[in-house]
Design a protein around this ligand. Structure first.
Ligand code: SF4
Length: 347
């Protein structure tokens, strides 16, 4: 067993009980105890036999220390800086929206992909997160909400997006293990449809994830309809041709009767001209994609600029007239640097 139990699926925990000659009737309360968080441990563990409590590892949880918290005055987003057991740091962001509470989680410390506009990419990859560290982000957020009696409605995490630090499909094994744990109704109970894995377009990882977790939701960071320009912005395109990534996603969407969000960050004078809108229309017309336009959040290390709100609207209108479902998302948490591409930490 790992020192903690947060990376164990239901069947693993069932075998563990069997090995220790404990009745399977204790499996559900055991899971409620584990995933209920350390502050609820005493309360939840009362339903467990003493022998089982004695067998539980100590500490029960990987220690994710909240070392800083910033709360957006604009929209109530909360950015947590978490210190891992080895002293490395990651960030997660809690985003309150009507009837849902979304947690944006990290999958790696840093990132190996070198998207030119991204703060996290600047760090390089320090290491992959373990499955238990991914699950622990959700447990930590839920605990924080209970402890601080935050008046959110709902008051536990309802949706997950893998849009924090890292390319999740570069860490696909830990990712799919974490999802299989998080979705369990006896555990955190977040259904796969409410778990969105956002990728820069990692074909091998995508195929593996969909083979193991075929019901998750997907998002693709697109940022350009043109392979040459996209390769400059996102070097991952070189090894993972855009046409193939889109086709893989389209097949998934058709099979599962889903729409897939394509994130399209707008950079002034780079990918927001008429020709780009036209190329997007011919690339995507009639396909099961929706575009989310995100005006770039400027970062100090890059010369890339944010376009004006008027030009963003004009780009949106052009796409809509071309038959592409298009929304504009002004990133949450801009005032606390919690928006896309702004998460960075290093130690
Ligand atoms: S945008 Fe995503 S994939 Fe690209 S460098 Fe940043 S974290 Fe990595």
């Amino acid at each position: 067993m790992s020192p903690h139990l947060l990376d164990k699926k239901r069947e693993d925990l069932a075998s563990w009980l069997e090995e220790n000659k404990i009745s399977p009737a204790h499996l559900k309360p055991l899971m409620q105890t584990i995933f209920g968080g350390k502050n609820n441990f005493l309360k939840n563990s009362r339903t467990l036999p003493e022998k089982l409590v004695r067998l539980l590892p100590d500490p029960l949880y990987p220690d994710l220390k909240i070392s800083a918290l910033e709360i957006s005055e604009d929209d109530g987003s909360k950015k947590f800086l978490l210190e891992l057991e080895d002293g490395k740091e990651i960030e997660m962001v809690l985003i309150p929206e009507k009837n849902r509470l979304t947690l944006c989680v990290s999958s790696q410390v840093g990132c190996a992909q070198k998207c030119v506009f991204c703060h996290t990419g600047k760090m390089g990859l320090l290491r992959n997160l373990k499955a238990e560290e991914i699950v622990a982000q959700v447990v930590t957020a839920n605990e924080w909400l209970i402890q601080n009696a935050v008046a959110e409605n709902p008051n536990t995490v309802t949706n997950l997006v893998f849009m924090g630090m890292g390319e999740p499909l570069d860490n696909v094994e830990a990712l799919s293990q974490a999802i299989s744990i998080i979705k369990d109704p006896w555990g955190l109970g977040i259904t796969p449809r409410k778990i969105t894995v956002s990728t820069a377009g990692h074909l091998k990882g995508l195929r593996k994830l969909l083979a193991e977790e075929p019901n998750v939701s997907l998002a693709l960071s697109l940022h350009s309809p043109d392979s040459l320009l996209r390769t400059k912005l996102m070097p991952i395109t070189k090894e993972n041709p855009l046409d193939e990534v889109l086709l893989e996603m389209e097949n998934f969407a058709t099979l599962r009767k889903r729409k897939i969000f394509l994130q399209y960050t707008l950079f002034e004078g780079v990918n927001n001209e008429e020709e780009h809108a036209n190329k997007l229309i011919s690339l995507l017309a009639g396909r099961p994609f929706k575009i989310n336009l995100i005006p770039f959040n400027e970062v100090s290390f890059s010369l890339l600029k944010r376009p004006s709100d008027e030009s963003v609207r004009a780009f949106q209108d052009k796409l809509i007239r071309g038959g592409i479902r298009t929304t504009v998302r002004f990133s949450k948490g801009r005032d606390i640097q919690a928006a896309c591409g702004q998460l960075i930490r290093n130690k």
